[in-house]
Design a protein around this ligand. Structure first.
Ligand SMILES: [Zn+2]
Length: 269
């Protein structure tokens, strides 16, 4: 399990590395138009490998979706999200893996505007289920800011925070291997640097370090100041401020950036 989580998150954002087409175009029309195999709340499962229980898939996405909203706030309106799950052996699964240049037999993406979550993987292993929750958390966050995509640090931070699911009270269960990787990447002694991450919509370099810092910041805020996350989202959606302006107005307040960096570093140790 080591290492693949960070790599998967990178793959998640580097959309269509071999293909300039939108990822959703990788889905065949007959799957897009297929009647649901099962549905629950705002989710429809339209394609699912044999042996994967429909009910447990829907329970997992519902639980993750509501856990994100329990932490961050509830969207004004529900929207339909369709889910298509594949194995690497199916033609569509193979097609998606090739388009994503995936060498380790898994790929996942979500499309907010058209309302899709698509995951390819081995459903007998943890990884595919981790990817499903990761993409579901992306959907849940986008539902809170439907007119403006959240910045990278929050999007990948929240998706990572919920990829091991949530407890019975909706609290995220941070993934131990992910935490270890993040702690190692951000360093044990030096302070985590947040500038360049919080002041842009996307960092200049989207690499393992950017993911690690994003997750460190998000887990710190989720544990110590969830109010700031909610406030950030409200302001982000309602005012046309830059990511840095929004962050300073809603999270930093009277705190100096250095103090926050120190606090995040302490959380990750
Ligand atoms: Zn992601």
């Amino acid at each position: 399990m080591k290492g693949f989580l960070l790599l998967s998150a990178i793959a998640c954002l580097v959309a269509g590395c071999c293909s300039p087409r939108p990822l959703i175009s990788l889905l065949p029309e007959e799957i897009k138009a297929a009647p649901p195999l099962a549905s629950s709340g705002s989710f429809e499962l339209v394609h699912c490998p044999p042996g994967v229980p429909h009910r447990s898939v829907l329970q997992e996405v519902e639980r993750t979706f509501h856990a994100v909203h329990s932490l961050l706030g509830t969207p004004a309106r529900a929207r339909l999200v369709r889910i298509a799950l594949f194995t690497p052996n199916e033609p569509t699964g193979r097609h998606i893996l090739r388009a994503r240049c995936s060498r380790d037999e898994h790929a996942a993406f979500m499309n907010f505007r058209e309302g899709w979550i698509v995951v390819v993987g081995d459903w007998e292993k943890t990884r595919a289920h981790t990817d499903l929750r990761h993409e579901t958390a992306h959907q849940a966050l986008c539902a809170l800011t439907p007119d403006r995509f959240p910045p990278f640090w929050l999007s990948e931070g929240i998706a990572t925070l919920f990829e091991s699911g949530a407890d019975d009270n909706g609290r995220p269960k941070p993934n131990p291997p992910r935490r270890r990787n993040a702690a190692r990447l951000v360093g044990w002694r030096r302070r985590i640097r947040l500038s360049g991450l919080i002041d842009r919509h996307r960092p200049a370099y989207i690499n393992a370090d950017a993911y690690a810092r994003s997750w460190a910041l998000t887990i710190h805020l989720a544990q110590n100041n969830p109010h700031a996350l909610r406030h950030f989202l409200k302001v982000w959606q309602s005012k046309n401020l830059s990511p840095g302006e929004t962050f300073v107005q809603t999270v930093l307040a009277d705190t100096q950036l250095e103090q926050l960096e120190q606090a995040v570093s302490t959380t990750m140790r």
